[in-house]
Design a binder for this molecule. Structure first.
Ligand code: 3SL
Length: 238
């Protein structure tokens, strides 16, 4: 029986135990979707980092550097945080050092706390992720990156979607109200995720920055099979 817990904001993470659980970090718009896209398109690995200065240092090791703050690409880095930047062959065979406003901080926060595994969650590989977790049988903690410690709709929706997919595949125990809530929201919104998300704060933020195409892409359902998880401290094909 797999126990599923959802953490709606990193500010609530201290209430949960991550030891020996399969942690899925969720930053649908856009960090964890971009990480999965980069790895699917042939990147060797993505190193998630908290600070811009730390990230730039990885250039000396031959890494491409990538950075985003408040939705915007940062000057001086090779890439921003758009999944489309990972599709033109530039990342193929390369390792990437990435820092973003929320997503990479969340990955770093759980990287060394004894989790069974740490994954990068996305709608893009939802079914593959659910298959892996169902076969593995370890308890699951779905960690929403949110926005600066606030809850957001898009990460909550994905947590609900993955909880549903898992529950459809194997016996699950879902006693966590955040999980039940996210599953209900997903049921309500799933017919047209993009329309539902138009009222959300991050949709509006990214629209102002003309990132609509990224959002449409990041909400695509199970378009590839690649599962991405931490190996030796970096996100890699799992
Ligand atoms: O917060 C993050 O980590 C980013 O994914 C935000 S953005 O979509 O690039 O604005």
């Amino acid at each position: 029986m797999i126990n599923i817990e959802v953490v709606l904001s990193p500010a609530l993470l201290h209430l949960n135990t991550i030891r020996d659980t399969n942690v899925v970090v969720i930053d649908i718009l856009r960090a964890t979707s971009t990480i999965c896209t980069a790895i699917h398109h042939g990147a060797n690995s993505v190193k998630a980092l908290m600070s811009q200065s730390e990230t730039l240092e990885w250039a000396e090791k031959g890494y491409l550097t990538a950075a985003e703050r408040n939705g915007q690409k940062i000057e001086g880095f090779d890439l921003g945080n758009s999944p489309f930047e990972c599709m033109d062959g530039k990342v193929n065979g390369r390792s990437i050092a990435l820092t973003t406003t929320n997503g990479t901080k969340c990955i770093e926060a759980v990287a060394n706390d004894g989790a069974r595994n740490v994954f990068s969650g996305s709608f893009l590989n939802l079914e593959a992720m659910a298959n892996f977790l169902a076969n593995d049988k370890g308890d699951v903690l779905l960690l929403c990156a949110g926005w600066k410690d606030s809850v957001n709709l898009e990460d909550t929706l994905f947590a609900g979607a993955l909880a549903h997919e898992l529950n459809n595949r194997t016996d699950c125990k879902i006693d966590c109200d955040a999980a039940l809530m996210s599953m209900d929201i997903y049921q309500m919104a799933k017919v047209d995720l993009i329309s539902y998300l138009k009222k959300s704060s991050h949709y509006k933020r990214l629209s102002h920055l003309h990132h609509e195409e990224d959002m449409v892409y990041c909400l695509k359902h199970s378009i590839f099979e690649t599962v991405c998880g931490l190996k030796d401290g970096e996100m890699k094909k799992f």
